[in-house]
Design a protein around this ligand. Sequence first.
Ligand code: URA
Length: 241
Amino acid sequence: MELQQILFSQGFGTRRVCAGLVQQGLVSVAGQPCTDPSAEFDPQGLRYTVQGQAWTWHEKAYVLLHKPAGYECSQRPSAWPSVYTLLPAPLRQRPQRQGTPGVQAIGRLDQDTTGLLLLSDDGAFIHRLSSPRRQVPKVYLATVRHPIEDAMVQRLRDGVVLDDDPRPVRAAACERLDSHRLQLTLTEGKYHQVKRMVAAAGNRVEQLHRSRIGGLELPTDLAPGQWQWLAAADLERLQAG
Ligand code: URA
């Protein structure tokens, strides 16, 4: 594939912008500067730098973000900055044949919720992970205002009724970690689900953090606001409960 096309496919701008980056000597491939936009390379696993920043070619983007509090998961946030501003421009600009360019968040976390957020530009992957039929388990840690009683944990396990649906929703698992902290596993993704379930069980969520999706844990060494590519093993862990 031509170098300018490689850069275009990874979100570095229009083909003309990508050709310009190469001609200006801003791109190196496998450690060597390359100023010919038409130079051919095998993109699989290709390592290159653009303006000194190292990249590896990815046919599709699968990334994990440690979402901090104070960010909205929308592309057009209403009151807080968007989580997309935490990602480098190429991830936000990757070309799509149809639909919005760049990676998209898979599901949403509230502005004040922290933790594991996945983003991708692979439509089929996004659809698989967000489909209610797949029931991918998601683990949340909730800090609540009032001391946690056994009856409350039991209500969350048995099911509580939320205001928009007469059918009870239950936590696939619910455990009290200490007097004010709960770990809940949910397999659905209703709006404000944890906060509404905890409220329906007579308490109030003060802080919420998502620690796991499927078998994939948020890495403990990834600081809030930081992101990383998902490796093939991470994608497999996601499929595992
Ligand atoms: N449930 C909530 O109430 N908020 C979130 O951000 C995620 C799950």
